[in-house]
Every structure is written in structure tokens, then in C-alpha cells.
Design a protein around this ligand. Structure first.
Ligand SMILES: *Cc1c(COP(=O)(O)O)cnc(C)c1O
Length: 497
């Protein structure tokens, strides 16, 4: 299986190269040149396998320069029961009205980013070896909260790596911040950026494209890599859980094997829902992919209003901060595929986005998108109402991001009359966004710190996840804040780690 840049498909690379380097030199994202399909024999194996086995099989289809033993070994370590509170890594909870909640937050940092970031360090360090790279890999991450925590946890004290996380100073929840600034490990550092997530992400892109910085670091024995969902090694492991959810539903008789489902995903950078799209291309029976957004509804408009992507609009800080994004990086990969792998078209669209913050896709691309996707959005009040409704009617407690997806799915169902079973990606533990969840249930939190956990726990009788409870009493290790203009200077810190 070969990988090419979305902006130049002339040069093919093996998956190890795509994973080790993260982003293509032309600024494009690495993509497989074709989609592998799942055979009847694959499905038979998948249904019988545990989560580790399912991940290994799916990864094996894409990472053909890795051996089956290598991948099985990585999955064994990444999804070890002690890190996930048991063997059921990605459980599906079936609720009323066709809702099947795929809980992706049982990992060490309580958000779905762990699903990929627990295995990425193994994939990345093995990839570096495969391409003969001797330098230390410096993982730079821009985060809207959850990626940073999960990446720090995944890479802490991994030999041959250093990690630096940048987060928007006012864009993360108190719990997310606490998780990041208390992260242990000799090779980790954290830096706040004055600005929002898009500022952090574009500042980081400056480092990746600054030749002088890259050369200087290289002289010091370091190379840059990324753990953001632009890295193919982030995306590939996420494909597996949609396939796993389908196997679980089929095994429980919730769907007849072969019958289609919908998948509804609360979306920010478009990574998680893109993984569902790829699962569909591999043969997962999916009717509609439903893209759920909060008040930052640039994607809803894109899908519902004639294929116009326009980021020139107010940025909203919402109760689902991990989705407060106006530039959804992974959409570029979708454009690549729905344009029939037209790298020239993608280059042009991305050029327009960089210049004027806006582009319009062709009629053909729009028709292809319409066929595959539905979309919707909701505001914070509707999100809170959804949390409350789900808790009162079905005794199910969900976080704000998941609630956005639940609300958008309910609207979709009412609007279309489509009652097909629908997998709703649940992307964070409700305890990670305590304040909003408590308020949605009619309570109040006085202090925005770990004591929130107890308030929510008292209110619902549900125990907080152990990794969050363990934050109590931990001292912050990092307090640096920089302006985005000064981001290049932060790379000096890497030498000190
Ligand atoms: C990252 C994140 C999202 C958005 O996922 P994308 O892959 O960026 O679309 C949604 N919910 C939570 C809790 C997240 O951490």
C-alpha cells in the first residue's frame, strides 16, 4: 500500500515514511492510493476477535510495510486491559430510538484521542527505524485540549522521542489544562499560546515549514514529527473502532449482518468522521455519515449549503471546546478522494483557503458529498438540553461533545424519518467536562478544579474515572505562555528536554 500527498500524488511513499514525517513536504496530507476491502474471511475473523485483534487486522490492511506480528504486539501493549479499565476497549451502549453509543473514552486520559495515541508511539518509533532515521523525533502537537493530554500520556518517556504541546490559553477546560500541566515524564513540555485553537494550529504549521528551524534542530540531532490527526498514524487506528462497533452490534443481533447503519460523529478537525468514511470505503455497511458540529458550524454549512467552505465567520467558544475549530484539516483528505484523487484540484482549493479563507467545490464533488454525508449543528443551550434529556429519560450520562452528536442525530431522524440503527461516537467522559454537565443537570459548581468531579459524582451516583480522580493534589509543572508570533523561539526548549 502506497501513500501520496493530497497536493502531489506523483511521489509514492511507504506507510512508515508517512507516519514518521507526519505531513508531506508540500503541506499536503498523506493518503493511501486505494482502499483495501474486507473479505468475508476478514469479517469472520473480526467478529470473533477481541479489540486488539480487530485493530491488528485493520491496521494490517493499510500498513503493509509492518509485519502482522509487529502490529499484534503494538495492539497488545496499546490496548492492555489495565490501561482501559478492562478488556472492552470501545464498548457500545444501546439506548432508545436507534441510538448506539460507541464509548471511546475508557483510556488513560478519558477522551477518544487515546484510541489512537496509545498506539501511535509504537507505530512512530517503529516507522523511524524502518526508514533508517537516527535523530530524535520531536513530536509537536497543537491541541484544543484532548489531543495534547493524550499525546503527552502516550509519548511520556518513550525512548527516541520528545514531545511539546501547544494549547490555546483560553480554549481548554480546567480539567484538560490540569491534565496537561501536571503530566510527568522527562521528555515532555507544554506551552500555552495567546489565541484560539486555529491560531495554535497555524503557528505550529509555521514551525513545520520554517527551514532555518528545521536545519538548526537537525544539527542538534532532532527531527520534527506530528501527532495531530494530520498524521496517518493517528487516523488509521481510528478506523478500527467503527468496524468493531458493527461487529458488536451484529453479534448482539442489533443489526442483521450486512445491513447498513448510520454513523454520527461530533466533529472538529474532521479526523474521527474521516475514519468512519474510510471504514465505509473498506466495506462497512454505512448509509449516512452524519457530521455534528457546535456553534462553530462551518462544516454544517459546507455540507448543507452548496459545498462552500467559508471560515470567515465569528469564532465561538462553546461548552464543547474540542470542536471549536474553523479549519478542519482532515477535510483535505476527503476532498482528495471525492475529487477522484485530483491533487491539482486539492492544491487549488487549499490555496484559496489559505488566501481568502474560502473555497467552493465542483458540482460533481458536491454530489458525491451529498450522497455520503448529512450534517447538523446545535448551540450550547441545545447541548445542555440533550444531556439532561438523555439522563432523565434513559439514565445515560454523556459529555457535551457527545451531546452535540445526540442532538444532531435526533434532528436528523425527525427530519428524514430514517430509523436505521445509528452508531453515535461518544468522544469524552462526562467527568472531563464536569462544569457544563453539572449545569446541564441543573446543579452548579463553585470552583473550576478537581472538586467538580465530586459534585457530578454526588449528583449522579456515578464514580469519576480513576485517571481524573488521580489528578487531585498534583502540582503543575508548566506555566509558559507565548504569543503566536514568538512560537519559533519555543523550539529552543526542545534541546533542553
Ligand atoms: C478531538 C475531539 C473531537 C473532535 O474530533 P476530530 O477528530 O477533531 O473531528 C470531539 N470530541 C472530543 C471530546 C475530542 O477530544
Amino acid at each position: 500500500m502506497d501513500y501520496v500527498s493530497t497536493r502531489n500524488k506523483a511521489k509514492q511513499e511507504p506507510s512508515a515514511y508517512a507516519i514518521a514525517t507526519g505531513i508531506a513536504p508540500d503541506g499536503g496530507l498523506y493518503c493511501p492510493t486505494s482502499f483495501p476491502t474486507l473479505t468475508k474471511a476478514d469479517w469472520d475473523t473480526l467478529i470473533e476477535a477481541d479489540y486488539k485483534g480487530r485493530v491488528s487486522l485493520v491496521l494490517g490492511k493499510f500498513l503493509t510495510d509492518f509485519s502482522a506480528e509487529e502490529l499484534a504486539g503494538f495492539a497488545e501493549k496499546a490496548y492492555a486491559a489495565e490501561k482501559w479499565g478492562g478488556e472492552n476497549t470501545a464498548p457500545v451502549v444501546s439506548l432508545a430510538d436507534g441510538k448506539h453509543i460507541l464509548e471511546l473514552w475508557h483510556g488513560p486520559t478519558c477522551a477518544f484521542k487515546d484510541m489512537a495515541l496509545q498506539i501511535l508511539p509504537y507505530l512512530l518509533t517503529a516507522s523511524l527505524k524502518k526508514i533508517g532515521e537516527q535523530r530524535t523525533a520531536c513530536i509537536l502537537v497543537a491541541t484544543s485540549g484532548d489531543t495534547g493530554t493524550a499525546a503527552l500520556r502516550g509519548f511520556a518517556d518513550v525512548p527516541g522521542t520528545k514531545i511539546m504541546v501547544y494549547y490555546p490559553v483560553h480554549g481548554v477546560s480546567p480539567m484538560q489544562k490540569l491534565q496537561m500541566v501536571t503530566q510527568e515524564g522527562k521528555n515532555v513540555s507544554v506551552c500555552a499560546i495567546n489565541g484560539n485553537f486555529d491560531d495554535a494550529q497555524s503557528a505550529l504549521k509555521r514551525i513545520f515549514t520554517d527551514k532555518a528551524t528545521i536545519e538548526k534542530l537537525s544539527g542538534q540531532g532532532m527531527m520534527l514529527s506530528s501527532a495531530n490527526s494530520i498524521n496517518w498514524g493517528r487516523l488509521a487506528p481510528q478506523i478500527a473502532y467503527y468496524i468493531s462497533a458493527y461487529c458488536d452490534l451484529a453479534a448482539r443481533g442489533m443489526v442483521e449482518f450486512g445491513d447498513p447503519i448510520n454513523i454520527c460523529v461530533p466533529t472538529g478537525n474532521f479526523g474521527n468522521i474521516l475514519a468512519a468514511y474510510i471504514a465505509k470505503q473498506m466495506g462497512l455497511p454505512v448509509h449516512k455519515l452524519i457530521c455534528a458540529s457546535n456553534a462553530n458550524n462551518v462544516l454544517t454549512d459546507f455540507f448543507k449549503k452548496g459545498g462552500v467552505y467559508d471560515k470567515n465567520r465569528p469564532f465561538h467558544t462553546t461548552s464543547s471546546p474540542s470542536m471549536d475549530i474553523l479549519i478542519s484539516s482532515n477535510l483535505e483528505r476527503l476532498l482528495y478522494y471525492v475529487s477522484g484523487q485530483n491533487d491539482e484540484a486539492v492544491r487549488s482549493l487549499m490555496g484559496q483557503l489559505a488566501e481568502g479563507g474560502r473555497y467552493t467545490v465542483t458540482k460533481e464533488m458536491q454530489a458525491a458529498l451529498d450522497e455520503l454525508f448529512d450534517a447538523g449543528c446545535c448551540d450550547d443551550a441545545e447541548t445542555a438540553a440533550a444531556i439532561r434529556r438523555l439522563y432523565e429519560n434513559e439514565k445515560y450520562l454523556c459529555d457535551t461533545h457527545t451531546a452535540v452528536a445526540v442532538k444532531v442525530y435526533e434532528d436528523y431522524r425527525a427530519r428524514t424519518g430514517d430509523t436505521m440503527p445509528t452508531v453515535i461516537a461518544s468522544t469524552a467522559s462526562p467527568f472531563k467536562f464536569c462544569k457544563s454537565v453539572v449545569e446541564a443537570l441543573g446543579g452548579a459548581v463553585e470552583r473550576e478544579d478537581v472538586t467538580q468531579l465530586e459534585v457530578l459524582s454526588k449528583l449522579t451516583g456515578i464514580e469519576p474515572p480513576a485517571p481524573l480522580a488521580a489528578l487531585r493534589g498534583k502540582q503543575p509543572r508548566f506555566d509558559r505562555v507565548v504569543d503566536k508570533e514568538d512560537i519559533l523561539s519555543t523550539t529552543d526548549l526542545l534541546a533542553e528536554l
